[in-house]
Design a protein around this ligand. Structure first.
Ligand code: ACO
Length: 325
């Protein structure tokens, strides 16, 4: 029995030019390179320039993904953009991307699941493609978290960075087995009881301001590993695949300690883990496609490889995906 699968045709990313190092942060606030590296694994992050918006980063990442896929933008009929830092309250940043790419057919919309945004967007696009509603999708994670940080709060401002990553998906008929190429399974979860542990203290309906990120770091840490590993086990159970089958673990890049603990609990060898948190920081919805683009570009990820993606973030939201490249 055959199945329609969302096969990845290409991926791409973009990072703003400006690099902000731990040393530079330590010259401004009461922190140190040693503290940040030890607690998070982060050494530096990129910060968008004045006048450089989330849509600008997203358009550059989308163009890179289309180039990698050797596809003209006109072939795309769906854009799903995951972000918590849209250009404006509305319209969706996705329509600015659509316009920037010169596309005026199909649909484009934003999706908000904070750091889990890319996995949620991938699952959403995959559902539309498998249903036959659209044929080719751009799934983008793009963020300018530097705009919603309290630069005086050392507990949060050292953690995040700006960037964008994108993948191009195409609906293709595959044999319907776990050896198929494409998105094999996705699993999404959320639990609003945790909404006050990681949030932005503003919004159009509540304060009529944008607000700044607030976080109970320890609380987030406490729940992260359990939630991540549970939803990965769901992905294994749904496909019959196991940790041994994984070629590359490409997690949301929040914190090296969370990533290491999750990989350890799942018995995934450290050499299979793609790590970019040291150079990118936590770029929220952009972190997975940014890491993916690095591992594809340097030749680690090859056709036929099995990728395990996972993320956890504000809400809480969390999710996993198994994708054969
Ligand atoms: N530099 C130096 N000292 C700091 C800094 C800093 N940047 N930030 C906090 N501290 C101090 C605190 O003030 C505190 O000092 P005190 O003991 O004198 O009061 C001490 O360090 C310990 O603070 P904690 O917040 O308890 O430190 P913890 O070990 O929990 O590390 C951290 C903080 C790194 C935020 C950790 O809790 C964490 O990684 N949590 C996960 C959060 C996360 O990854 N969020 C990303 C979004 S969600 C996601 O993507 C999964």
């Amino acid at each position: 029995m055959t199945a329609i699968r969302s096969v990845v045709l290409g991926c791409g990313s973009y990072l703003p030019e400006r690099i902000l190092t731990n040393a530079e942060l330590a010259s401004r606030i009461d922190t140190s390179d040693e503290w940040i590296v030890q607690r998070t694994g982060i050494r530096e992050r990129h910060v968008a320039a004045e006048g450089e918006f989330t849509s600008h980063l997203a358009i550059k990442a989308a163009r890179a993904a289309l180039h990698h896929a050797r596809l003209d933008a006109q072939a795309i009929d769906l854009i799903v953009l995951a972000t918590s830092t849209p250009d404006n309250t509305f319209p969706a940043t996705a329509v600015a991307v659509q316009e920037g790419l010169g596309i005026n057919h199909g649909a484009a919309f934003d999706l908000q699941a904070v750091c889990s945004g890319f996995v949620f967007a991938l699952a959403t696009a995959d559902s539309f493609l498998r249903a036959g509603t659209y044929k080719r999708a751009l799934v983008i994670g793009a963020e300018t978290f530097s705009r919603i940080l309290d630069w005086n709060d050392r507990g949060t401002c050292v953690l995040f960075g700006d960037g964008a990553g994108a993948v191009v998906l195409e609906a293709q008929t595959e044999p319907g087995k776990s050896s198929d190429r494409g998105v094999l399974t996705t699993h999404l979860r959320s639990d609003g009881r945790h909404k006050s542990k990681l949030y932005v203290d503003g919004g159009p309906s509540s304060t009529q301001t944008v607000g700044l990120l607030r976080m109970e770091g320890r609380e987030v840490f406490k729940h992260a590993v359990g939630m991540i590993t549970d939803v990965i086990v769901d992905a294994f159970n749904a496909t019959g695949l196991t940790a041994d089958d994984i070629d590359w673990f490409i997690p949301h890049q929040a914190n090296k300690r969370i990533i290491d603990a999750s990989a350890h609990k799942l018995h995934i060898a450290p050499q299979k883990v793609v790590l970019t948190v040291d150079l990118h920081g936590n770029t929220s919805a952009a972190s997975i496609p940014l890491a993916l683009a690095v591992a594809v570009k340097d030749g680690r990820v090859k056709k036929g490889d099995l990728l395990l993606l996972e993320a956890m973030g504000g809400g809480f939201t969390w999710g996993s995906a198994l994708v054969r490249w």
